[in-house]
Write a protein that binds this ligand. Sequence first.
Ligand SMILES: *Cc1c(COP(=O)(O)O)cnc(C)c1O
Length: 370
Amino acid sequence: MPPTDLDTLIARTLHHGIGAAKAGDLVVPPIVPSAVYYLPGEPSGPYQYGRWSNPTWDALEDALAVLENAQVVAFPSGMAAISSIFYSQIKTGDRVLLPSDGYYTTRALAEKFLAPMGAFIESCPTTGFETRSFEDFRMVLIETPSNPGLDICDLESVIPRAKKGGALVIVDNTTMTPLGQRPLDLGADALVSSDSKAINGHSDTCFGHVASRNSALIADVREWRKLSGAIPGSFEAWLVHRGLETLELRFERMCESAMTIAEQLSAHPKVESVKYPGLPTHPAHMLAKKQMRRFGGLIAVTFATDSDAERFIDAAEFVRPVTSFGGTHTSAERRARWGDKVSSGFVRLSVGCEPTKVLWDEMKRVLDVL
Ligand SMILES: *Cc1c(COP(=O)(O)O)cnc(C)c1O
């Protein structure tokens, strides 16, 4: 595929489906909750049964496909999207490499259910992929920036090396969205995304998708969805489609505010350390500048103690104690409460869409009296 002019893709995503309309046609895709379709005689037509296909999924997948510049399959959660990749591609005896510091549930799923079926699950820190050998791996899954540590993997260097070793390379692009980072342009075989985060963006549904330019892989993933029954609801697909329309506006605000807030936090004496890809103090800042179009809405903030961290989260009016990220509301949580291997005062801060100054003023008010 030609290099991506992302702004044009964003504009086309917003207009998708309207171009071919006739007078009186719908401009907004309808919610079609049908489990069955009219199906006389020999089965024919695009829609036959609700587990197989649905016009509301199609409308969303088509819009996401424009933005990803790839084929897309929608799922009811990010984990269902990751499951579709695992269960459609991994067989007994296959070696799978996962990030040891990435989203915990991906490893838990592989260890609990893939390993007993005879797959070999190995892990490596996100910063270790660079020097890792990928010989004899069937699949290498990369998450960058990693959630929650925000470490960065050099996709341009790692993807071709892993592919040369024979592995299928999957990138979990949740923390960046298609607007922040384009792993398929760097050669990844597929990407997975939790659209429960910024893509839907309104914290009102779980969702996910797989995107790939490999038709055979997409056909496998689609068939896995059909046979496993891990299908999204039409209302949820419609919500995500609606959320997608404002993704660029929301993501721009989140990233801009996150940059300002990361700078201010790192200058504040009550904060022990701040890790944000946009700060020159991030160990991979130069790589982030090369690889990412934006630095994202997540900031890793470390306080001296867990009680400082909890007081910051509790007292700031515009910071909500919530797991997950990417919503319109700024939210934060101490990740050690889930057992992530981070210090007890480590907070994952997800910057939302509030006006930047109001948000920072409120954080500063709380920090000043910690
Ligand atoms: C949240 C998340 C997931 C899982 O997505 P769900 O929609 O919660 O199933 C996977 N990967 C990353 C990086 C995530 O942040």
